[in-house]
Design a protein around this ligand. Structure first.
Ligand code: Z5A
Ligand code: MG
Length: 217
């Protein structure tokens, strides 16, 4: 019987604003590298691509856009990188992703705009590479406000963030038990959060032989 090839693991870190995603993604990268694992960091939105530049201008409130248009651009920004993420995984590199399709659904569905149901928001991201694990950083509104820089960009308002959180909760429930979606208390100190994330990621540190799935497909 032929052995299945081991590929890199696809690890997604999600959460509300200022929950510490970028800090944790960096700590996770360092930890994996120290274990001798080949790692690639990806961040969405990727503000460096032509589509990413449009998104960046929108987030800074330097331009206005129809809610549906910006939603589709966020998704297109992920599709731009989908093939290269898959290639990295297949070549044995572990990919850590700072925000993914779940942010896309949560922030757009929270707008409660007409014609933008939860299902509609999910549509464009169906069939993207599926994460092997999603780490959702849950932060309280008090901690969010206490952390640096909150309030500078378009969506950084407490009532909106609360609606975003509700959509994230729905996603977590609907992803189901087999999806490896884990919520982690991100009010803890950085080192404590990092330890908890490492405990969850460690079984995937040397890669996985599971075929790469497709989101909601
Ligand atoms: N968006 C969307 O609408 N649709 C989509 O499809 C996608 C995104 C992908 C930009 O995201 C916006 O795009 C975002 C969602 C929307 N809008 N909102 N709101 P972004 O990822 O580019 O946002 P960001 O600029 O990276 O900020 P962030 O993600 O909110 O921050 P973070 O990465 O979670 O946190 P951090 O940078 O690691 O930490 C923030 C500060 O807190 C910093 O000073 C840290 O030192 C501090 N920190 C971190 N952890 C701790 C702990 N544990 N204790 C104390 N202090 C801490
Ligand atoms: Mg960040």
């Amino acid at each position: 019987m032929s052995e299945r090839k081991v590929r890199g693991a696809f690890i997604v870190v999600e959460g509300l604003d200022r929950s510490g995603k970028s800090s944790q993604v960096t700590l996770l990268e360092e930890h994996l590298k120290a274990e001798g694992v080949a790692v690639r960091l990806v961040k969405f939105p990727d503000r460096t691509t032509p589509i990413g530049k449009l998104i960046d201008s929108y987030l800074r409130s330097e331009s206005e856009m129809d809610d549906r248009s910006i939603h589709l651009l966020f998704s297109a920004n992920r599709w731009e990188l989908a093939k290269s993420i898959q290639d990295s995984l297949e070549s044995g590199t572990t990919v850590i992703c700072d925000r993914y399709a779940f942010s896309g659904i949560a922030f757009s569905a929270a707008k409660n705009a007409s014609g933008m149901s939860y299902e509609w928001c999910r549509g464009p991201d169906i069939a993207l590479p599926a994460p092997d694990i999603t780490l959702f950083l849950a932060v309280s509104p008090e901690q969010q406000r206490a952390r640096g820089g909150f309030g500078e960009e378009r969506y950084e308002k407490a009532d909106f963030q609360e609606r975003v959180e509700h959509v994230f909760e729905r996603i977590g429930v609907e992803m189901g038990d087999g999806s490896r979606w884990f919520a982690v208390d991100a009010d803890q100190r950085k080192e404590e959060v990092a330890q908890e994330l490492w405990r969850l990621v460690q079984p995937l540190a040397k890669g996985t032989d599971r075929p790469l799935g497709r989101l909601w497909a």
